[in-house]
Unconditional design. Structure first.
Length: 600
């Protein structure tokens, strides 16, 4: 059975990523891209579906791990009765080929070790043909996929698995290097694992030096930025929501989704986090990816895209995988790509406005694209949609969707007013006012004293926290205060927030999920906007403590069982952490100026 979600670590090379367990097993890796078919899929099945284990032969007495400071290089210390050993795992930033480097370094005594490599391409289904050479090279081929294992350790095996039993002494380092290449390209060149590791360490440390954050939570912010960078597909600048699929929002449940895509929902939050931290190049790359992805007819804009802006995302289920802790189905692809969500227009326009405010140069035809998007939104905003949470129930008039439609016109107007763009400002102002009036009239329920999830409902939704964050209404407004109180009353569990009550809303799925970490950060943001700084700080500190021992966060959390849920690590959670940390670290005057210039 796979480990707890929080017991995994992330390594990656800015094109692909792997999850490494505390036990020394790589249980998830999609090669050659984040969204490729997995060659290690034990995370969603069993060892027979692919994994790579390097660990002491006997159960260790103690396991400790850490990232090498300011890098994505993982070090796991195993203490055994015979001695101690450190396993160093890294996927160096890619050049021509992708490599997983595993170094076994003896630190005390003589430790018997074992290595077990089970390669299964096509999400754990296809068994490769394995051959070895006189030089000790082990090659596995299945169709277009090929991996090469190089190590001085004597290995043996067959098509089902490759194994090794060896002993490492204090002061000795034994390398294992697994390299991916297309099978028709021939053998990749040998690399020096020690020198490659040193270059990777320098690369990560050089990158994180740019970080401008100097506040109380510097370590958490830096680790979140490194994680966000690791989830960036550098050839295009696209940032995936997570490197995993189908990690459940409820153990044993069916709320299991493929998150190896780029969501427009994340656009403005991501841009804000990158620019606040000083990463203008990455922000520009993300903005450019966004513009390429949405280019085309405005009525065909999707909520999510592939790493390069691909639009097709057929959802299917590999029935040979039993799911993480028997949570089925496992899903590959995401049918939400066909959903209608009006909030994405607000996210896109907010991102473009933030890009202008951050000094990113306007791209060719960006102004025409903005006008086309808002022309389309003007025609359709009155229709029901599927909402931010991608519900698979009936379409409704979600209040958050209408608020974000308002935000789209509001940001378009601000771009026109502040940056001398030739836009139909008078018409946009009229639409903005119409949407505002519609939301205040239909989205607010006097009986419960709160805005509601959708028109006519009496349920609340954590997405309503965007009402103050977008500037739709000030945090001092009694309706906003009432909404925050209602959200606390209905959605709070152990001090953290659910997205909505799944047992009270028809979302097309059985009820049950954990608290949603990004929403809990949004609540801290609202406390801050309401002048409740101490309360915001307490909630933020509680959220930071939920990180695992390496500073990684999942999408959701079970506060009773105290385990992580959902895909891992989750960009949305780390982005929210970065933005809230910056807001908490700004003096009140600077925070007010930031809110008026960027958010409102």
């Amino acid at each position: 059975m796979a480990c707890r979600i929080e017991d995994y670590a992330l390594i990656g090379d800015l094109e692909a990523a792997a999850l490494v367990s505390k036990e020394g097993s790589i249980d998830w890796l999609c090669w050659p891209r984040f969204d490729s078919e997995a060659c290690f899929a034990a995370l969603l099945g069993g060892p027979e579906n692919g994994r790579w284990l390097v660990a002491p032969a006997n159960p260790p007495k103690r396991v400790r791990r850490r990232y090498r400071k300011d890098t994505l290089i993982l070090e796991t210390d195993f203490e055994t009765p015979e001695g101690s050993v450190t396993l160093i795992d890294c996927m160096p930033p890619r050049e021509k080929h992708s490599h997983v480097i595993r170094l076994v370094r003896g630190t005390r005594g003589q430790v018997p070790m074992k290595m077990e490599l089970i390669l299964r391409f096509d999400y754990g289904k296809s068994i490769p043909w394995v051959t070895s050479t006189k030089s000790g090279l082990m090659r596995a081929v299945a169709g277009p996929n090929m991996t090469i294992l190089r190590t001085p350790v004597a290995v043996h095996g067959e098509h089902l698995k490759t194994v090794a039993d060896f002993t490492v002494k204090a002061g000795e380092t034994l390398p294992f290097v697994l390299t991916y290449s297309a099978s028709y390209l021939g053998l990749p060149k040998t690399i020096d694992p020690q020198r490659t590791l040193q270059r990777a360490e320098k690369s990560w440390r050089d990158w994180i030096r740019t970080c401008k954050y100097r506040g109380q939570w510097k370590d958490a912010v830096k680790r979140s930025l490194i994680t966000l960078k690791a989830l960036t597909y550098w050839p295009t600048g696209g940032i995936i929501a997570s490197p995993t699929t189908s990690l459940p929002e409820h153990i044993g449940g069916s709320r299991n989704w493929d998150y190896r895509f780029c969501w427009l929902r994340d656009a403005s939050y991501t841009l804000e986090a990158l620019m606040a931290a000083g990463y203008q190049t990455e922000a520009a790359d993300w903005r450019d990816w966004l513009l390429r992805a949405i280019a085309g007819s405005p009525d065909q804009v999707q909520i999510l895209y592939g790493l390069g802006g691909e639009r097709q995302s057929t959802e299917w289920e590999p029935d040979w995988l039993h799911g993480y802790q028997k949570s089925k189905p496992v899903r590959i692809g995401n049918a939400a790509s066909t959903q209608l969500q009006f909030d994405i227009y607000g996210e896109m326009m907010s991102a473009l406005y933030n890009a202008h405010c951050g000094g990113l140069n306007e791209t060719h035809s960006e102004e025409d694209l903005q006008i086309a998007l808002l022309d389309h939104l003007e025609k359709v905003w009155r229709e029901p949609d599927d909402g931010i949470w991608e519900m698979r129930g009936p379409r409704r008039h979600f209040t958050h969707s209408k608020v974000m439609a308002w935000a789209a016109f509001d940001r378009g107007i601000k771009i026109g007013e502040q940056f001398d763009c030739k836009c139909p400002l008078d018409r946009w102002r009229a639409v903005r006012e119409e949407i505002h009036s519609d939301v205040c009239r239909k989205g607010y329920n006097e009986e419960i004293g709160s805005f509601v999830q959708f028109y006519g409902s009496k349920e609340v939704d954590a997405s309503l926290l965007m009402i103050a964050k977008t500037g739709f209404l000030p945090a001092s407004d009694s309706r906003v205060k009432g909404t925050v109180r209602a959200i606390e009353r209905q959605l709070m569990q152990n001090g953290l927030l659910l997205r909505y009550r799944t047992e009270c809303t028809d979302d097309g799925l059985p009820p049950g999920e954990g608290v949603f970490l990004a929403c809990s950060f949004w609540l801290a943001d609202n406390y801050l906007l309401m002048g409740k700084r101490a309360k915001a700080k307490r909630l933020f500190s509680k959220l930071v403590r939920i990180q695992n021992d390496l500073g990684l966060m999942s999408e959701e959390y079970d506060p009773k069982a105290k385990v992580m849920l959902g895909n891992f690590p989750q960009a949305f959670s780390h982005i929210a952490l970065i933005n809230t940390a910056f807001d908490l670290s700004r003096p009140a005057r600077a925070r007010a100026a930031h809110a008026s210039s960027v958010k409102a």
